[in-house]
Design a protein around this ligand. Structure first.
Ligand SMILES: [Zn+2]
Ligand SMILES: [Zn+2]
Length: 129
């Protein structure tokens, strides 16, 4: 964890370590509220958002817009060798899972169109529901 921060030129702070560690150990994407509750007490909202933004920019985490209106965050980069992975949204428990090896950037667009960003969202029910 420490190395990851250092490699990205991010100063190691207690909050950053806790934040990155928490997302690393989470099996599915976490909303801002999940994160805030997990880190507890004295976490300032703007500080948390700022750090999430810095992590996202460094490619340590990625943000998922699952259309619930609340962004969720998961450990790791969204793009791996240029391929963005897909996300599974459970309509029953609203949990968002990262689905690796789903090659969503292979979708062909008409000539003259330029794809900037592909976000694949799969909806359904998860194994726990
Ligand atoms: Zn579920
Ligand atoms: Zn993901």
């Amino acid at each position: 964890m420490e190395d990851l921060l250092q490699k990205q030129g991010l100063k190691r702070t207690k909050l950053r370590m806790a934040l990155l560690g928490y997302l690393f150990n989470s099996k599915h994407a976490q909303s801002y509220l999940d994160i805030k509750n997990a880190l507890g007490e004295q976490v300032d909202k703007s500080t948390l958002y700022r750090n999430l933004g810095a992590f996202e920019e460094a490619g340590l985490i990625h943000r998922i817009n699952d259309q619930s209106g609340m962004a969720k965050y998961a450990f790791g980069a969204l793009h791996d060798h240029g391929n963005a992975h897909a996300h599974f949204v459970c309509e029953s428990c609203e949990t968002v899972y990262c689905i690796e090896n789903a090659n969503s950037s292979k979708i062909n667009v008409p000539e003259g169109f330029k794809t900037k960003n592909v976000q694949t969202i799969i909806k359904g029910t998860c194994a726990a529901c």
